[in-house]
Each structure stands twice: as C-alpha cells, then as structure tokens.
Write a protein that binds this ligand. Sequence first.
Ligand code: GDP
Ligand code: K
Ligand code: MG
Length: 265
Amino acid sequence: MTIAALVGNPNSGKTTLFNALTGARQMIGNWPGVTVARKAGTLRQNPAVTVQDLPGTYSLSPYSTEERITRDYLLSGEADVVVNVVDATNLERNLYLTLQVMETGRPLVVALNMMDVLAKQGREINLTKLAYALRVPVIGISATQHLHLADLTAAMTADAAAYPYPEYDPRVESALAMIAAQLTDVPVSQRRWYAIKLFEHDEAVSAQLALTAAQTAEIDATRATAEQLFADSADSIIVNARYDFIARLMAMCVVDELSFTASIS
Ligand code: GDP
Ligand code: K
Ligand code: MG
C-alpha cells in the first residue's frame, strides 16, 4: 500500500489532477478538528496506491488552517511520496512551496501542470535541467488533457532519492548543519526542517523538541553569528536563500521566446 499526497498552490490544478488520477474512487471526510474537507481516492490503474488530496497553500508556515494541515500531514510521515502540483505558467511563485515541501524530508515528485497553456504562450521550461537542479523527478503534464499522467504515476511509484533538498548559500548551509548536529533525536529525514525552524527561532518547535540549555545556547550562538554575517534577521536570511535558489533555477531552466528573440536581434 502506497500513499501519495498531492500538494500545491491554489489553482495549480490539484483537483483536476486528483479527479483524473482517481476517477470515481473517492472517499470524502474532514481533517480532524476542522471543517476543511479531506479527500482521498485510489489510482484508476492501481488501487494499491491511495492519493491523498491536501488543502491548497502557498507556503508551509503555520499561519492558516490550510498551511497547518498540510505541514502537519507532511511531517507526520504518512505519505510515502509527495506529488507537488506546480503551475508551469507560474513557476517562480510555485517553487517557493516546492522548496518548503522538500525541507519536510518526504520523497517528492514534481507534476509540472498546465504544460498545454505554457506551449500556447510560446514559453518553454527545460524539464531535465529543472529535475537536475532540484534533484527530484519533474514530469510535465496537462491535467485537463490527461497528458503524461502514466509517466507521472510511474514516477510516483518508483524508488525515490533519499531526502533531496535544495542547497542554499554555503554560509546558511553551515549554520543549518551546526544546528542539525544538535538534533540527534530527530529522524535524519526531518533534521533539516527542524534546523531551519530553530534557526528561524520558532518557539513552538523548540518547546516541542525539549532541548537542553546547552543545545539552546549553541543554536542561539549559531543564529547570532549568521545574523551578524548577513546583517539581517534569521527569518529574512532563510526567505532570501529560497528566493536566490529560485532565481538561479529560473535563469537555468526557463526559455522565454520573447526574450530569446530579443537577444538574437
Ligand atoms: P486547484 O485549486 O489546485 O484544485 O485547481 P483546479 O483543479 O480547480 O484547476 C484550476 C483551473 O485550472 C480550472 O479551471 C481547471 O480546469 C484548470 N486547469 C487545471 N489543470 C489544467 C491544465 O493542465 N491545463 C489547462 N489548460 N487548464 C487546467
Ligand atoms: K480552485
Ligand atoms: Mg481544488
């Protein structure tokens, strides 16, 4: 039995993909304690794979119910694989969630949706480079036209790479590594997620981990050093690291016909 969870920004095509993958085989309920609908189904072609729909969200910060449900579900480890539905026509904005999903340590497949719209706009995304840079499989699909859905389900059930995650500025990485080294009780796949939260000074997460005074002091010192080095707050350091990474991906992978024409004229 495999559980594949669908995550994505609102309007990325999650519901359309969910319906295309599962057909009529759907179970509807609620997430515990809230009135947000919870929908699951099994793959048309393979009933041993359950597809779990998650609420649409732009980020995984715990500020809204949708973000909290999605974040807690991913951290629970229930999903064997996460399918991140990405709107190819809004790649830059959608990738912010992708990076956060990778930080939760679940195996990931990117379903790059709306490829039909992208083609009509005369734009191209180099899927090979995108997959290489993210270190996860990227499958270009159209959920409405049922394009390449078999490739997607094949990628969902293939063996995933172990805990891929985006690598940021080396100075951020070394701070995160120092914090992660304190977290020997946290499963390896989730150390990066918790290291980022502790770097960001997330009080709820530090309370949950029951750190010793020495560990807390070590983490505070690491954060203070980074804040001094970057002359910025820990929160902004992480946000900027994600945006820098996305900017590099965009420069590497996106071909805009208009800008191409301009550059050769
Ligand atoms: P959700 O908010 O992520 O659940 O997104 P929906 O599945 O409701 O899709 C949002 C809109 O995009 C709907 O009008 C869909 O018909 C449309 N849509 C979804 N996937 C595709 C696609 O691959 N191509 C095109 N052209 N439209 C799509
Ligand atoms: K919608
Ligand atoms: Mg929907």
